[in-house]
Design a protein around this ligand. Structure first.
Ligand code: SF4
Length: 390
């Protein structure tokens, strides 16, 4: 997950911690470390949409784990559960709600310089040891997490976006796939208010979840954390599900941006970065790839911080692989022009940035380079129906 929750507002009553237990296999019965928080969250649920009955149990299809859940049991994410043959899913609260620059998600080709109102719930289907949002994502797995929630309606979230003059409403902070029904309830209201919506996700999606979300989204950000399936499994996912999500989201006409947090010694060899960049380019050379700097966090405190020269090396590998838009993030002012959007045709700087600030924007009203006329893909202006991103 991204680091932007660190500055987000959190509110509501803190729930008490309890004893820790490990991650169980799919569909067995993950216990939670924090029963009082689980009880609280269970009261903020409704019958879900993304599931079906299978042999007396429930198959949840909200994320790639596809948990088969017996009555009285929870899925891997711990926030979706089988109550009397019906899947209950999170609804009607947020754990974080914050107005940020859209660049902080990060989206660099979606309404640059606009505000993104971002909301998140609790829980995750992964357990990354370097999660920067672990207080919310691991709230039901880690006894030291003291997450809080606030009861809200979709209308209240959208009213907040309107008050902030937000150009985008984003589901993030925890993994939004596991709370997709709530996100769609909020996005329905946003659509009525003329506000576009986006997902910031680990990419462990399913075709069913993407079809459910597609009518409400303009953009989908995916973390592609490594190109080594063994390492992906150590984080709680699989490489194949994430690469397939990138392909499926792109094929469904969503604007996709991909982020790789560059962790020294974990995913930063030249070969692995080349594999990642070549995969993205095989889906579309127009997909922006963000390589961002790691700093020690949560349970991953051994690797050193990523240096600027490592980010620049990764960015150059991305360009060599054929990607037309590559960005180096989390070290504002330290990576030269790699924060800017440059024309792939003539090299003209089209959007100049420092960190999350847009300093200058020179795209034409037709979303083209003013110097050579090259068309620049993205969601630069209000959504245009039928646009495809090749
Ligand atoms: S969202 Fe994923 S982890 Fe949670 S119950 Fe459904 S399939 Fe399992």
């Amino acid at each position: 997950m991204t680091r932007d929750m660190s500055e987000a507002a959190r509110f509501g009553p803190a729930a008490a911690a309890d004893a820790f237990c490990g991650e169980p296999p799919v569909g067995l019965a993950p216990r939670v470390v924090n029963p009082s928080l689980a009880d609280l969250l269970d009261r903020h649920t409704v019958p879900g949409t993304l599931w079906h009955v299978e042999g007396g149990r429930i198959r949840c299809v909200a994320c790639g784990h596809r948990c088969l859940i017996a009555p009285g049991r929870r899925g891997i994410c711990k926030v979706r559960f089988n109550r009397n043959g019906e899947l209950r899913v999170p609804f009607g609260y947020v754990s974080g709600l914050a107005a940020d620059p859209v660049e902080k998600k990060p989206f660099f080709h979606v309404y640059p310089g606009r505000t993104a109102l971002t909301f998140g719930m609790l829980g995750c289907d992964f357990h990354c040891s370097y999660c920067q949002n672990w207080v919310t994502s691991q709230a039901l797995r880690d006894e030291t997490a003291t997450a809080r929630i606030q009861r809200v309606t979709p209308q209240q979230v959208v009213e907040g976006a309107r008050r902030q003059n937000a150009g985008l409403l984003v589901s993030s902070y925890n993994e939004p796939l596991i709370t997709a029904e709530w996100a769609v309830a909020v996005f329905r209201e946003a659509k009525l208010a003329g506000i576009d919506c986006a997902f910031v996700s680990n990419g462990n999606a399913t075709p069913e979840a993407l079809d459910f979300l597609r009518p409400w989204l303009v953009a989908y950000k995916v973390d592609l954390k490594t190109f080594d399936d063994r390492r992906y499994r150590s984080l709680g996912g699989t490489l194949g599900h994430v690469t397939e999500t990138i392909r499926m989201a792109h094929n469904r006409g969503l604007w996709v941006e991909v982020v790789t947090l560059l962790v020294p010694g974990f995913n930063d060899t030249g070969q692995e970065l080349r594999d990642i960049a070549q995969f993205i380019a095989s889906v579309s050379r127009n997909i922006p790839w963000h390589v961002t700097a790691f700093h020690p966090d949560y349970r991953m405190t051994t690797p050193p911080e990523t240096q600027a020269h490592d980010l620049i090396r990764a960015a150059e590998i991305g360009v060599e692989a054929g990607l037309r838009f590559v960005y180096a993030g989390n070290l504002p002012g330290g990576v030269g022009p790699w924060e800017d959007t440059r024309c792939p045709g003539c090299g003209e700087t089209l959007v100049e940035r420092r960190g999350f600030r847009v300093l200058k924007r020179t795209l034409t009203p037709e979303d083209s380079c003013p110097r050579c006329g090259c068309s620049i893909p993205g969601v630069w202006q209000k959504t245009r129906v039928g646009v495809t991103f090749t």
